[in-house]
Design a protein around this ligand. Structure first.
Ligand SMILES: [Zn+2]
Length: 374
């Protein structure tokens, strides 16, 4: 590696797959070791991380401690961790201990156990500031600051403040945007995210979906895409143990449509015509409508998704950042809209083009004004 900042070299243009510790082993064969990586969530993350890195030291693997799904940050305690002995509020020494612990478990870099940062409630602004006041005291170059925020931070009144703090960070920042449902459906959020990516060179977008690509086209350093719907946007902390047992419907990423589709919808669309097939190493020419709700089919669906993500990401990584990359994305979006039209013609159905796809075709907003030097 060059004389530059090695953690930025490690993260640059890298698309991580984010998955629970239960399912990561089955995804390993499909990860791209050059431009891919893994972010592991869940209770067994440290053990899985160690196992995987012992076997595959060439893979980039990190962990999201998911404190943001369990607790709301306060100005005095923005970091915490659930342990077998209960909730651990972390002071500076505790924070350093947790980060060192991740590295001892062979993580390629450490990730701060940041709690959820709400918006507009009392001291939310101080909470956000305290995350950076504390992490900027960490004299280390192996750490990413996880920043799980309400989507409201990306709306116009709050965006400059968020951008200023992210730019002040001495570490790369992994942004997680929380909303009920897709944060990109909220007013101003997609444009706000684009402005943030253009204004903050060391920003990662984590726990997201295809928004990862729009972010990287607009200058995000890297990204992490979730394999399950619950890992594709931030969530508010759960007060109790959470849903448990509930299994979401099977959905798959249809690359040419640039969207996730419920298998049930695919089956409806192709009820009276030849279903589309997939040539990836998992599907091997089989129809996309074949996935069922069994555990095996769910796993195959996720493996297919990972193949689709890296096919798309391989294209992105092959472009030159800036104009060339923008043109590539614009062409992919135009293709996706055209494939929706073909789908409608072939199946005599009326599949809507997702709003976010149309929004991504809009012209980008200008970057945020940079503060004048003091
Ligand atoms: Zn496939």
């Amino acid at each position: 590696m060059g004389a530059g900042n090695t953690i930025d070299d490690l993260l640059g243009d890298r698309l991580h797959i984010m998955a629970n510790s239960r399912s990561v082993i089955d995804l390993l064969p499909y990860l791209d070791r050059h431009i891919g990586g893994l972010v592991i969530t869940g209770a067994e993350a440290p053990a899985r991380c160690r196992e995987i890195r012992n076997a595959r030291s060439d893979l980039v693997v990190a962990m999201d401690p998911e404190s943001h799904t369990q607790a709301v940050a306060t100005p005095g305690a923005p970091f915490g961790l659930r342990t077998s002995h209960g909730w651990w509020r972390l002071d500076m020494a505790g924070l350093a201990e947790v980060l060192d612990g991740q590295l001892l478990n062979k993580a390629s870099y450490a990730v701060t156990p940041t709690c959820f940062i709400p918006h507009g409630e009392g001291d939310a602004d101080q909470v956000l500031a305290s995350v950076f006041a504390l992490t900027n005291k960490l004299a280390r170059t192996d750490t990413v600051v996880l920043l799980p925020v309400s989507y409201k931070w990306l709306q116009p009144p709050s965006l400059p403040r968020l951008a200023g703090l992210i730019r002040s960070s001495r570490h790369p920042v992994a942004l997680v945007v929380q909303a009920d449902g897709d944060p990109m459906d909220r007013r101003g959020v997609m444009d706000g995210l684009r402005q943030l990516c253009r204004s903050c060179p060391r920003l990662l977008l984590w726990r997201t979906d295809l928004a990862a690509f729009d972010a990287m086209v607009h200058g995000a350093l890297g990204s992490a895409v979730g394999v399950a719907a619950s890992l594709r946007h931030g969530v508010k902390p759960r007060l109790e143990g959470g849903g448990g047992g509930w299994k979401p419907y099977t959905s798959i990423l249809v690359g040419r449509l640039l969207r996730y589709v419920r298998v049930e919808n695919l089956q409806d669309w192709f009820a009276h015509s030849e279903p589309w097939t997939c040539g990836c190493s998992v599907c091997q020419g089989q129809p996309l409508t074949r996935f069922d709700d069994t555990d095996l089919d769910r796993l195959a669906a996720v493996q297919h998704d990972v193949n689709e993500l890296y096919a798309l990401h391989g294209e992105l990584a092959g472009t030159v950042p800036g104009h060339d990359r923008h043109e590539w994305w614009r062409a992919r979006l135009t293709d996706a809209v055209e494939h929706h039209r073909r789908l409608a013609l072939q199946t005599d159905t009326e599949p809507d083009v997702p709003k976010v796809l149309l929004a991504w075709r809009r012209t980008s907003p200008l970057p945020l004004p940079q503060p004048r030097p003091q």
